[in-house]
Design a binder for this molecule. Structure first.
Ligand code: ADP
Ligand code: ZN
Ligand code: ZN
Length: 721
């Protein structure tokens, strides 16, 4: 008989301990088991196994309580490695989440220790070209070329793009179909080695890293300085030593461009792991890494949990990006996990960014991270930046969307057949509608947030919960039928404005509305890359990672809108956005130009971005953080309670405030906006000893009986607004 210690799938604080079960079947730590729990059948995750010769009665007598047998052992072999078990413990201790939630975050959905659907491993139908020569109609030839370009394609995908050609190509014998368990297409290519000469910055960065024993490096390099090439060189070395490599990128930068670049260099060893994969695909990639088939992985946040057995390098590109932070429990930061795993594997961790987070750069300055600077662009030209004061521009009769300066520059590029990117970090048409009679703003009934008007579908939409409605005939507040005045504008309106100003111009718009379909994102970028449009416009999605040589002008509309947010990081994120946008211009032979349209042209975030001057920005911003006692000078822990019962929320937040005591400040209780019918209140602990702060939270949690339903604990929160 085996005595098991099992974590139960309920992520409830009072159940954050293992329960004892018995099993006669072989089972290992890290396997899932089905267990009876009260009247329910739940999935558990085995923590420990003790072999014994005793029978059930003897075991119960020894332990002094009744134990049940597991209903089944779900996995023959452990799903995770010993390392990942230790990592779960580290996450548990540092993020103050329950253990089972840590395991759930680490494992792909197919094998998560949680009951639910979609656990079956599916087969899928794929097609590839047969090699037979068959005569094709032009449209069929297009579909055929699509398959060739992808080497092999999911049949469903082909049908989605070519509804009437897919089947005829199969029938004609031009394509053959086959079944595959793995469905993540890695676009295997022949490796193309680096043919250029490394720049001085690149050589220096490589030498510093190779000559040093330090575990963590921070490369601050302007966009286009060749950081990615440095990563690829380091990856090459690690691969040659037979080790595995993990390259982490933000969700948005995992573009086909990036994937192509890495896979072109290394060929077939590549695995790709990101949230766009379905559960089946993720599971396959997970197994590929576990079985050692994938030597190099390019992935977003959750790729940091893949079961590597011998890592030789971890790269985290755009290390400042907010998508590295998980906002749900466990609220971990990918950087912390990456550094932990680097230590475990004795491999180097490279953090890279043109605009490092203040926390990381401060660590770089203190030599906690080995700081490396790459100051020069490969093509040696920084874009020229113009700041347009929109308040002034509007006084001179200009449009509130496009200033005369920006219009003139766009006109010039269109003449020269060069490309333009316009960035506006708001989607929709109008961002607010207000009653002409009483001035009330139309709000989402589920969230305290203004509804945006979407002209293309002629509907109001909540960008937080997705609620949609038609325009009401009368004001819901005062009943007036005088209609609504519109305020603010988003990408949809911007696109219309561009088309009005430049009749016949070809535009592509990329925002959450135009990228709901799978691969829409990639298709838009590909079309722009091929020159199918003159202007690409969209939200911050387009600010990162793109490398288009024909783009010579980038305009940022409402570039300083982010400064209006009350968050302590709002200057930092505004600066980052403006810098990133600048980095997209002039990456080819032609010089690049950037225009920031702002209302506060003298703000240091705007000025420093225009000068592409990170150092000065860092100094200013550190002063601001120092005055406000914000990170990196202090640590924060945010405790947010949300529930449909407002009184419960207030009561619980008060109890947290009174109960969590120690040598730190408590800010709040602050009432936050209602979201998705949930009332929310928050307290924030601010202090200089994070371990003490964590301990105070734990002490309080252990002393209270209730489960603290709806409580989210965020240690080192990224945003507080
Ligand atoms: P970053 O990651 O810092 O933005 P990249 O590595 O993407 O910079 O480099 C910018 C551009 O310069 C890319 O198109 C890249 O292919 C090219 N590049 C990088 N290093 C070299 C080099 N040593 N010689 C020539 N071109 C290079
Ligand atoms: Zn009204
Ligand atoms: Zn809503």
């Amino acid at each position: 008989m085996k005595i098991l210690q099992v974590w139960i799938e309920h992520p409830v604080r009072s159940l954050d301990k293992t329960f004892t079960y018995l099993s006669e079947e072989e089972v290992f730590p890290g396997c899932r088991v089905e267990v009876p729990f009260g009247a329910k059948t739940l999935v558990g995750f085995v923590d420990q196994v003790e072999n014994t010769d005793e029978n059930q009665a003897q075991i119960e007598a020894r332990l002094g309580f009744k134990v049940k047998k597991v209903l089944s052992v779900m996995d023959k072999r452990p799903l995770i490695t010993e390392e990942l078990r230790q990592l779960a413990q580290y996450m548990h201790d540092t993020t103050l989440s329950v253990m089972i939630a840590c395991y759930q975050a680490m494992l792909p959905a197919k094998v998560k220790p949680a009951s639910g659907k979609d656990k079956k491993i599916l087969m899928e139908k794929w097609v590839k070209v047969s090699g037979q020569s068959v005569s094709l109609t032009p449209k069929q030839a297009q579909a055929y070329a699509f398959v060739i370009a992808h080497q092999q394609v999911r049949y469903s995908e082909l049908r989605a793009s070519f509804p009437s050609q897919a089947k005829s190509l199969l029938d004609k014998g031009a394509l053959v179909s086959f079944e595959m368990e793995k469905s993540a297409d890695n676009k295997i290519q022949k490796p193309v080695p680096f043919a250029g000469t490394l720049s001085d910055d690149q050589k220096n960065a490589l030498k510093e890293i190779n000559d040093s024993e330090d575990p963590v490096y921070l490369i601050r390099g302007v966009t286009g300085s060749g950081k990615t090439e440095v990563y690829l060189h380091l990856a090459q070395d690690a691969l040659e030593k037979g080790k595995q490599v993990l390259i982490l990128v933000p969700e948005i930068s995992l573009t086909p461009q990036m994937i192509n670049r890495v896979s072109a260099r290394f060929g077939k060893d590549l695995a790709i792991y990101h949230s766009g994969l379905n559960n089946q695909e993720k599971y396959e990639q997970y197994r590929k890494v576990m079985k050692g088939e994938a030597k190099i992985v390019v992935g977003t946040r959750s790729a940091v949990f893949l079961p590597f057995y011998d890592l030789g390098l971890i790269v985290m590109d755009e290390e400042h990006d907010s998508s590295y932070k998980q906002e749900n429990q466990p609220c971990y930061h990918c950087r912390d996990i990456a550094i932990w795993r680097g230590r475990y594997h004795h491999c180097k961790v490279i953090l890279g960014s043109a605009t490092p987070s203040l926390e990381s750069y401060a660590r770089g300055m203190k030599n906690v991270y080995h700081l490396i600077l790459m100051k020069h662009r490969i093509n040696d030209s920084l874009p020229q930046v113009t700041i347009v004061n929109m308040a002034e521009s509007m006084r001179h009769n200009g449009s509130y969307i496009l200033s005369e300066e920006l219009k003139a520059k766009i006109h010039d590029r269109l003449q020269k057949k060069e490309q333009v990117i316009l960035l506006l970090n708001r989607r929709g048409y109008h961002t607010q509608l207000r009653c002409r009679s009483c001035g009330t703003t139309l709000l989402c009934p589920h969230c305290d947030i203004a509804l945006s008007w979407h002209n293309d579908v002629r509907k109001l939409r909540c960008h937080t919960c997705g609620y949609e409605s038609y325009l009401p005939k009368v004001c819901p507040k005062c009943g007036s039928n005088k209609g609504f005045a519109s305020f603010g504008f988003g990408t949809e309106k911007l696109e219309q404005e561009v088309q009005t100003c430049f009749p016949g111009v070809k535009t592509l718009r990329m925002d959450a509305d135009t990228t709901t379909k799978k691969d829409a994102h990639a298709k838009i970028l590909e079309a722009f890359g091929k020159g199918e449009a003159d202007i690409l416009l969209g939200t911050q999605m387009i600010a990162k990672g793109l490398d288009y040589p024909h783009v010579t002008l980038v305009g940022v509309i409402n570039g300083d809108a982010g400064l209006a947010r009350t968050d302590f990081r709002s200057c930092e994120t505004t600066f980052q956005l403006l810098m990133q946008a600048g980095g997209r211009s002039g990456r080819g032979e032609n010089a690049g130009e950037v225009v920031y349209q702002v209302y506060d042209p003298d703000h240091y975030a705007v000025q420093c971005a225009a000068a592409q001057d990170y150092e000065t920005f860092f100094r200013y911003e550190m002063q601001f953080r120092h005055l406000g006692k914000y990170p990196p000078y202090t640590y924060l822990i945010a405790l947010t309670v949300s529930d449909s019962d407002q009184r419960y929320v207030e009561r619980t937040a008060d109890a947290l405030k009174k109960g969590i005591q120690g040598n730190f400040k408590t800010i709040g209780v602050i009432s936050l906006l209602k979201l998705q019918d949930l009332y929310r209140s928050r307290i924030v602990l601010k202090g200089t000893n994070l371990d003490d702060m964590r301990q105070a939270v734990l002490t309080f949690m252990h002393s209270t009986k209730p489960d603290m339903k709806g409580l989210r604990i965020d240690v080192n929160p990224m945003v507080l607004d």
